[in-house]
Design a protein around this ligand. Structure first.
Ligand code: SF4
Length: 312
């Protein structure tokens, strides 16, 4: 490694080395966790700490050290500790090609659904109110490249936890998928050590609202009408003008947001659509989407609305 982390029991520690000879298993684990935290800073580390811990728990040599630690003669513990550090260093650089259910993929974004996932929806394995539609033109993150791109066609995704990219179905504070046996196609194909299968999945047909609602009388026509009148491009153009006019055209953005809100509310009432399924049926509201442009809408005590830059 280019920048060798220093740690307890290592000879290059800036502190006086504490001898592993006297450690009980709890101290061994605590110092190992500290070492793993330090590995996070190393430029050759590619495996996040949570996954690294899981890899260690599946490494037979490491498990043997842990199993025997309390029984080891004190004189042999330093060697065993150095071996444990070397194993941790190795795992920090290499993702083991097997899914350890570390939840790392699930924290980087929720899955996009494919037509094949329709069966899971029909069987009630994935509730409809856990979904959101990203409409044509909306910006999304490419899972394969560090850049945004604009959708040429809509996508239906599982929703993410508020203020994060974490999938709604990842257990709170843990790494378990709460629908693991019924997880969507993308999750089954996802492999953090090899993106090939996930890339190939892009060739499979995606699920669209037409697959869900084309047979529902009136609904699909009104979805199309909402898309026509309130296309995402209109919002993007209004924000572009806001930038060009240095904020002078804020009224235009607010009018557009109000118009979309009114239209969506009218359709919801007319069709009696539960609030929880609105993000699937009509996508995210213009008011919600302002966050993509770095703004939020605030309502003043007198009822007027203003656009606030998020950094303000
Ligand atoms: S559905 Fe399950 S496996 Fe898929 S991203 Fe969400 S938590 Fe992870």
């Amino acid at each position: 490694m280019n920048r060798r982390p220093t740690g307890p029991g290592t000879s290059d520690s800036s502190e006086a080395p504490r001898s592993p000879a006297t450690w009980d298993l709890e101290t061994f684990r605590k110092n190992l966790e500290e070492h793993i935290e330090m590995l996070r800073e190393d430029e050759e580390t590619t495996v996040p700490p949570e996954r690294l811990m899981l890899q260690l728990e599946h490494d037979s040599e490491f498990l043997e050290i842990v199993r025997n630690w309390e029984r080891l003669e004190e004189a042999r513990r330093t060697d065993a500790w150095k071996r444990a550090l070397a194993i941790a260093d190795k795992h920090a650089r290499e993702v083991v090609p097997v899914c350890l259910r570390c939840g790392e993929c699930c924290r980087q974004g929720s899955p996009t659904l494919h037509l094949e996932d329709l069966e899971l929806l029909k069987a009630g394995k994935i509730p409809w109110d856990a979904l959101v539609t990203l409409r044509r033109g909306e910006p999304v993150h490419s899972p394969f490249q560090e850049r945004l791109f604009f959708l040429l066609d809509e996508r239906i995704k599982i929703r993410e936890k508020p203020g994060s990219h974490t999938c709604l179905f990842l257990e709170d504070g843990g790494s378990d998928c709460t629908i693991y046996d019924d997880r969507p196609l993308q999750c089954r194909a996802q492999a953090c050590w090899d993106p090939t299968q996930a890339r190939e999945l892009a060739e499979q047909p995606y699920l669209r609202r037409a697959d869900l609602f084309a047979d529902v009388e009136l609904l699909y026509e009104l979805i199309a009408e909402h898309d026509r009148r309130c296309a995402f491009d209109r919002l993007r153009d209004a924000f572009e003008r806001l930038d060009q006019t240095k904020g002078e055209s804020a009224g235009e953005v607010l009018e557009l947001i109000a118009y979309e809100e009114h239209f969506r509310g009218f359709l919801q009432k007319k069709l009696n659509i539960p609030q929880e399924t609105m993000p699937l049926v009509f996508g995210r509201s213009f008011a919600e989407l302002t966050a993509l442009f770095g703004f939020r809408v605030e309502t003043r005590p007198d009822g007027t609305r203003v656009l606030i830059a998020e950094s303000a």
